[in-house]
Design a protein. Structure first.
Length: 356
């Protein structure tokens, strides 16, 4: 028979074991320390700030050839897009949307026409341009350690490799002494592509040194006509399957090899294909001959093209123009708020009159 003392010791051991398990569960279930998360996010941002971003605000297509899903919101909200993302409370978002409506409606006739929307789109696109210019100043300082106003390819290469985990001092020393760098194949491929982009951004006379303006073109090709052409060439190179430097519909909507692994993934990608088909046929292929040339794609990609802005304005109006008067009333914009802002407003009809 087990003694009382042994029984109590056993209970004590069991209790300690359970307590230890619960403590472990608590540690693993507990959210990570916010300050640590913020530090990691900041580190991640620092690593990526010297890389040309794939997503360019206010541009209809990503640099990898994917459609920009947030384009309508970016050219309608401008800087205020973040406010709608951070604050999803319908009542507040409704008020903000009403303020935007009054700004777009410059003639105060309580409706928005295509010309008014075009003007607004151009204004918001310019906002994104100015934001990119300000960010570029900070990023340029990060890669110009000696502050001489110019960055060499080697200086940039050192910073890029350091952001990928390489020892900055060791890399700098090896580059200085023309020693071979042991870089994995994937990183080397990225470097080769970046070097091509670097040469393109280097305005005549070429000196392989980028000043702040040229560095802006390197990070944001939409700011330079020459770099815009280069970006278009890269997109066509990635999508063009027969090498004729043009895009057919089948090339534009074809998925990259290995993208679809099963039927479920195929079903998800059906919407992707549908969106690309519509964009190709109705917008990019300007003369509707079934072929998209470099010139057509360049016009489509140019964010400051006024004709494109007017076409975009008409399309945006058509989406929500329920009474078919070729204008947008406030009620229509509120009803289709998700299209314009990414935020769905509930009970818009019941609440709109409360705001007046």
């Amino acid at each position: 028979m087990v003694s009382r003392q042994a029984f109590l010791c056993g209970l004590g051991s069991l209790y300690l074991s359970l307590l230890f398990i619960f403590l472990l569960m608590d540690v693993y279930a507990r959210p990570a320390n916010n300050s640590v998360l913020k530090e990691k996010a900041a580190e991640s941002k620092d690593e990526n700030e010297i890389l040309p971003p794939d997503h360019l605000n206010g541009v209809k297509m990503e640099m990898d050839g994917h459609l920009n899903k947030e384009f309508h919101q970016e050219v309608f909200l401008g800087k205020e897009m973040e406010e709608f993302e951070e604050d999803s409370e319908p009542r507040k978002n409704r008020k903000k949307l009403m303020v935007i409506f009054s700004k777009v409606d410059v003639n105060n006739d309580k409706k928005i026409g295509a010309k008014e929307m075009q003007r607004w789109i151009m204004e918001k696109t310019d906002e994104h341009f100015q934001e990119a210019v300000e960010e570029n100043k900070m990023h340029f300082r990060a890669v110009d350690p000696d502050g001489d106003g110019h960055v060499s390819w080697d200086e940039y290469k050192i910073k890029f490799l350091a952001s990928k985990g390489f020892n900055e001092k060791e890399i700098a020393e090896k580059i200085k002494n023309n020693e071979e760098l042991k870089i994995d194949e994937e990183t080397q491929e990225v470097l080769d592509n970046l070097k091509d982009r670097w040469y393109q951004a280097d305005n005549p006379p070429p000196d392989l040194l980028l000043n702040e303006e040229e560095f802006l073109s390197f990070l944001h090709p939409e700011h330079s006509r020459g770099m815009l052409k280069f970006m278009v060439k890269e997109i066509i190179r990635d999508l063009d399957q027969d090498g004729d430097k043009k895009l057919t519909l089948s090339e534009f909507i074809s998925l990259p090899v290995g993208t679809v692994e099963n039927q479920q993934a195929q079903d998800i990608d059906d919407d992707w294909v549908k969106d690309r088909r519509k964009e190709f046929e109705e917008v990019i292929d300007a003369n509707h001959d079934g072929i998209v040339t470099m010139e057509e794609l360049e016009e489509y990609m140019d964010p400051m093209n006024e004709y494109n802005a007017l076409n975009e304005a008409k399309q945006m109006i058509a989406v929500a123009d329920e009474n078919q008067n070729h204008h947008l009333e406030l009620e229509e914009i509120l009803k289709y708020s998700e299209y314009f802002t990414g935020s769905k407003l509930m009970d818009y009809a019941r609440n709109v009159h409360e705001e007046f």
